[in-house]
Design a binder for this molecule. Structure first.
Ligand code: FMN
Length: 530
């Protein structure tokens, strides 16, 4: 085993929560001293984007067949809408003197370690270069101006990075996992935003992290040391208005020869604790240049969503449920089946995910019409079925219960209490209609290449984002669950080694609103700005 793989496996093991003790985190938190949620760069030209909040006609249900959605022309307005629907604010919440922003993309603890960048070339509406998106102001900060003499085709790319420390401030050593989940959610949010505009995304999966960092200017000396950003991913936005692409090398050369502006703000909070293991695991899981497979092309039809809302409505209303009504009527079976069908890898939502699925669902059904409470499994790929059967408890039935989706009943019986206990005693895992664990093909994947560790979490986040939006479309609500007792989940299912590991949990049900919390418009604060 090489050193990087060892470091990644060691990190994973060490950051498991157990019933006896939680992974290492800060012993106390000063809530007044939270890291600034919004990164800004001082000394950059700022472009205020067209007013947020525009509605488009495409229905959420249309996103299953995105080709039916007319492609929006590539303008500053449509680019701004892409950024807003993917990473923009969706509301403010207020409770007493506390006020906090919510965004279209969720984030563990609402800490938002993910930063988004726009790379534009050859577009008349903005000079070629690299821009940082400030979701609070709905504006772009020009970080880099590409050399004027470079002749470019029209291109739009989005880059994502993570400020690990922003998350570690609250969650300590386990934070690196949550940053990866958040990247998966952001990738999902970007895909839905693009599809709403009649566009699609392509992950530039070959790129090394070093190159991603170079294009986004992350290796520059413009960041406070502990608050620097780690490169994660670059996506090309296919706007269907041209078919030429700017070569990767040209982008990198332009960034290298370009003029850079700005210094990153300090996130403010006092760095009371350090978590060196996060630096270690990010170095060990850093991605080199690789050759990756092309986009997948097989799409299988699924039962149509009954949702009649527009895609923009569903995207902006997405929230995490804080509590569920454990006595609400059961979730209709058709909605449950639709949600599970929507996370299969052969849907439009996973077309940019080039790799065969490595994450499978183990579901705790509490209250779904026509379904016995119990434990179910949804292998997201037929080839995984045998290995999953072999690795789980021999007494599981594995009785196939649907022709339409690969859903198997393993054990019948009330499992609310166990679901709650396993998810760090959180009632959101038991009062819902169902909750689930996302189980990854782990050991072999990480042994193949240590950086694939991050991709497993991204796949989980992407599944989570699909579930969030599908839950809204079905008139219920979801919540991601990063806090769970890893090995207790494995024990319950029968896993004896690290061949399979549960990496993320999720729950869906009838939300209970806390009426004391006021909801304010996402961009009301911009109304008075000249
Ligand atoms: C990776 C991840 C893990 C999360 N874990 C939990 C959790 O364990 N418990 C919980 O109540 N909420 C959890 N959440 C929900 C977040 O707290 C929520 O996304 C955040 O407060 C922002 O609110 P919003 O989703 O309504 O925009 C998680 C969300 C994500 C993305």
């Amino acid at each position: 085993m090489n050193k990087q793989t060892e470091a990644v496996l060691n990190y994973h093991k060490r950051t498991k929560h157990t019933l006896e003790r939680y992974a290492k985190g800060p012993e106390s938190l000063d809530w007044e001293d939270q890291p600034d949620q919004f990164r800004r760069f001082s000394g950059c030209a700022i472009i205020s984007l067209p007013k947020p909040g525009a509605e488009l006609e495409s229905l959420f249900a249309d996103l299953d067949i995105p080709e039916t959605i007319p492609a929006q022309p590539l303008t500053l307005t449509s680019t701004a809408l892409l950024l807003e629907l993917a990473f923009g604010l969706s509301a403010w919440k207020q409770f007493g003197p506390s006020r906090w922003a919510l965004r279209c993309n969720p984030s563990s603890g609402n800490l938002h370690p993910t930063e988004a960048y726009l790379i534009s070339t050859g577009n008349e509406f903005v000079n070629s270069g690299v821009y940082h998106y400030v979701s609070h102001d709905h504006s772009l900060e020009q970080r880099c101006r590409f050399p004027d003499n470079a002749a470019f085709d029209s291109e739009l790319l989005i880059g994502l990075s993570s400020i690990h420390w922003r998350e570690a401030w609250k969650y300590g050593e386990r934070a690196f996992r949550y940053c990866q989940h958040d990247i998966g959610h952001a990738l999902g949010a970007l895909r839905y935003a693009a599809a709403t505009l009649g566009w699609s995304i392509e992950i530039l999966a070959d790129w090394s992290d070093d190159n991603t960092g170079q294009l986004l200017g992350l290796e520059r000396d413009d960041f406070k040391k502990q608050e620097h950003e780690f490169p994660d991913i670059i996506c090309r936005i296919n706007t269907h208005v041209h078919n030429k692409q700017v070569a990767d090398r040209t982008l990198l050369d332009s960034a290298q020869a370009g003029t850079w502006f700005g210094k990153a703000n300090s996130l403010g909070a006092y760095h009371m604790y350090n978590w060196p293991i996060i630096e270690e695991v990010s170095a060990a899981a850093s991605k080199p240049q690789t050759e990756e497979p092309g986009q997948q092309t097989i799409r299988l039809a699924i039962a149509k969503s009954s949702c009649t809302k527009t895609a923009t409505q569903i995207i902006r209303q997405r929230r995490s449920a804080q509590q569920f009504d454990g006595k609400a009527p059961p979730l209709p079976q058709a909605d449950f089946f639709r949600m599970l069908a929507a996370v299969l890898p052969t849907t439009a939502a996973f077309e940019h995910w080039r790799w065969s699925p490595k994450v499978h669902l183990f579901i705790f059904v509490h209250r779904v019409a026509g379904m016995a409470p119990g434990i179910y499994a949804l292998p997201r790929q037929a080839e995984a079925l045998e290995a999953l059967q072999a690795a789980t408890l021999p007494e599981f039935d594995w009785q196939k219960i649907s022709e339409a989706i690969p859903l198997y009943q393993l054990h019948s019986g009330e499992c609310r209490q166990i679901a709650k206990t396993l998810s760090c005693h959180q009632p959101i895992a038991s009062d819902s209609a169902f909750s689930l664990g996302m189980v990854a093909e782990f050991g072999d994947t990480v042994q193949t290449a240590p950086w694939l560790y991050r991709r497993l979490f991204w796949e989980c986040g992407l599944i989570g984002q699909v579930l969030y939006l599908e839950a809204e479309a079905a008139g219920v609500r979801g919540t991601g669950i990063g806090c769970f007792f890893d090995d207790s989940v494995h024990e319950l299912l029968g896993f004896k080694d690290d061949k399979f590991q549960s990496l993320y949990h999720f729950t869906v049900g009838n939300p209970l609103e806390d009426k004391r919390i006021e909801t304010l418009p996402a961009y009301g604060h911009l109304d008075n700005v000249a």
